[in-house]
Ligand binder design. Sequence first.
Ligand SMILES: Cc1ncc(COP(=O)(O)O)c(C=O)c1O
Length: 403
Amino acid sequence: MTFDFDEIIDRSNTLAMAKQGYEKYLFGDEPAVLPYADEQLISMWVADMAFASAPSARAAMIERIESHSIFGYSGLFGDDFFDVFAAWAQNFYGWAPKRDHFLTSPGIVPALFDLVEHVLKPGEKTLTLTPAYGYFKHAPAYHDREYVTSGLIEDDAGHYSIDFDDLAAKVADPQVRMFFLCHPHNPTGRVWTEDELRQMATLCFDNDVVVVSDEIHCDLLRHGVSHTPLAKLFPDSDQIITCMSPSKTFNLAGLGFAMVIIANDEIRDIWVDRNSPLVNPVSVAAATGVFRDGHQWHDELRTYLDGNLAYVQETLAERLPEARFTIPDATYLAWINLSAYFEPETNLTRHFAETAGVILEGGDMFISDGDGHIRVNVACPRSVVVEGLDRIIAAVPARVLAS
Ligand SMILES: Cc1ncc(COP(=O)(O)O)c(C=O)c1O
């Protein structure tokens, strides 16, 4: 490997959510009672990586900072960034995003909030598959819109599938107007098949529901897995909004830059009217740098993550045989079902923080259908994964619950 993913980087005092931001986010007003000193805690929660960000991002940012001394108001006036992103999309997904539909946002989370506000009238609702990323609930809730959920089906091996009968019933609610699709899916790591994508989208189109396809995890694929943007399957549909970003893949989440591709003219016009077209020029430099020059780093990252997830699978099979875990198709998030060991109401976030000193997210953080599960971020040096998993396993009760 050319790049060093084993390097331990101290993130103390760097404004890192992973290190300093968990207390309020995970424990609210009831601080956890932690058995370890701060520097001994292992952070495996928020979805960024403990690896150095892609060097092609740093090089491009340094070049921008050193070559030009003004950081004034900036916008994507030319096609330079779009062309680099479009080449990446063509290369990895065989998809040609349309220039006319292309917009940016300081992040996908802000885009979710904006889209709910722009598209849904009072009384209208969103729909999402659960367990799910929390902001699919926070965005509608913030705007006083209801969110409807359709629970995924988990089999005995920890593999998830869609309950299409339930989804069809939920999407038929005339108040449901927006479907938040997470593809690949956080937290289960599923990459939806073309057949599943077609079925979901067809249900939405038949019921006049706009699909917001959040594809932020789409480049974090296991080797051998490929990603099909939903919009690629329906090039003529104007019911799909695609959200992508270099932030997860290249570890740039703090730079606040994402792409939003809106096919519908009316929704795009509203977006343009209400959203700022400004971008951070340093973030654009980084995004350009990684999509243009980040291929080798990206490939090595994927190899390293494949190894971490294989380690998790082997270790759980050997030492925690009643845990259910399938290596995710995508993401670096291990979604582990520990319901054989814990009562469903156990707050697993608190349990593992307080007994193991491992900061991770319990299933209750994922809207619904997450009881008994933990989400463990394994985008860390292998030595950290080994120690984190050791501590997690040691904090699981030896006795299996009666079924
Ligand atoms: C599905 C999904 N969407 C969006 C985000 C965050 O997006 P951003 O950092 O661009 O706001 C995350 C981060 O974990 C995520 O998992």
